[in-house]
Design a protein around this ligand. Structure first.
Ligand code: NAI
Length: 255
């Protein structure tokens, strides 16, 4: 059965691979990105987020699957704005469209970086939903490589865990999960990883004993499943697609 999907970050990397796969499977995909997309919207701004919802409303009243892949990994406040506030605005804004589907599913891209240190003040601003405070705090920690990124991903993952079982999501039949990839060969990391010393350091931080660094298509297949009707009972999960990175780093963890 053909479904309608919205994919943010559809112009590159994981979002693009997922879009291509879903189209190949016969589904309709509404791609969203800063350019080269059905809906051109800048998810770092409130206006762009509203434009996304308004534009979807012009195209459909039902979204069967939502994949939030738009993201940045810059040591700059815009990373907080896109990864956290852009993602949440997309989820919240499109939830009513999902609620109209017979088998609605939403998946967001977190990261194995949810396991790394988070900045407590930035996490606090995210959880208060205070974007102005988050920008101020992010500006203050731009000298800490990866801190804004890992904190934004942890905050998104926590939001998913908190909201998935509620009446608005599970109660409306909407499965809501976060996929946490390890390293994936996309434009987000492909330039840095060409440098052997950077590659070595990154693989030390994110060890991937099973099959090494993933390709975007490897993540797309999982996203298509989690956003598809076969997923009837998995919700509120952080699913690591990381070649064993989480297991290597955390061991038995909180089990
Ligand atoms: P990518 O850089 O290839 O694609 C990200 C897309 O998001 C781009 O098309 C970009 O234009 C879009 N985007 C960025 N800012 C935007 C904005 N303000 N408004 C609208 N769209 C915007 O990166 P990739 O790897 O495909 O990343 C997809 C998701 O996966 C991201 O959330 C990323 O954090 C996550 N991820 C990626 C990993 C990797 O190693 N590549 C590892 C773990 C998570």
């Amino acid at each position: 059965m053909s479904r309608t999907y919205v994919v943010t970050g559809s112009a590159s990397g994981i979002g693009q691979a997922t879009t291509n796969l879903l189209v190949k499977l016969g589904h309709t995909v509404i791609g969203v990105d800063r350019s080269h997309a059905n809906i051109v919207a800048d998810l770092s701004t409130a206006d762009g987020r509203n434009e996304l919802v308004d534009a979807v409303a012009k195209l459909t009243d039902t979204v069967d699957g939502l994949i939030c892949a738009a993201g940045l990994a810059l040591d700059a406040p815009v990373t907080a704005q896109v990864n956290y506030y852009g993602t949440l605005a997309t989820l919240i804004g499109l939830r009513p469209f999902l609620a109209n589907s017979a088998a609605p599913r939403a998946v967001v891209l977190a990261s194995v970086a949810v396991l790394f240190d988070a900045d407590a003040d930035l996490l606090g601003a995210f959880e208060e939903y205070d974007e102005a405070a988050a920008i101020v705090r992010a500006e203050a920690i731009t000298d800490q490589p990866g801190a804004i990124y890992s904190t934004s991903k942890r905050a998104v993952a926590r939001w998913v865990k908190r909201h998935a079982p509620t009446s608005e999501w599970a109660g409306a039949g909407i499965a809501l999960n976060a996929i946490a990839p390890g390293m994936v060969m996309t434009p987000m990391i492909s330039e840095q990883i060409k440098l052997p010393e950077v590659r070595r350091a990154m693989l030390e931080r994110v060890p991937m004993p099973l099959n090494g660094i993933a390709e975007a298509d490897d993540i797309a297949r999982a996203l298509a499943w989690f956003a598809g009707p076969e997923n009837t009972h998995i919700t509120g999960q952080i699913i690591y697609i990381d070649g064993g990175a989480e297991a290597s780093l955390r061991g038995v963890g909180t089990l």
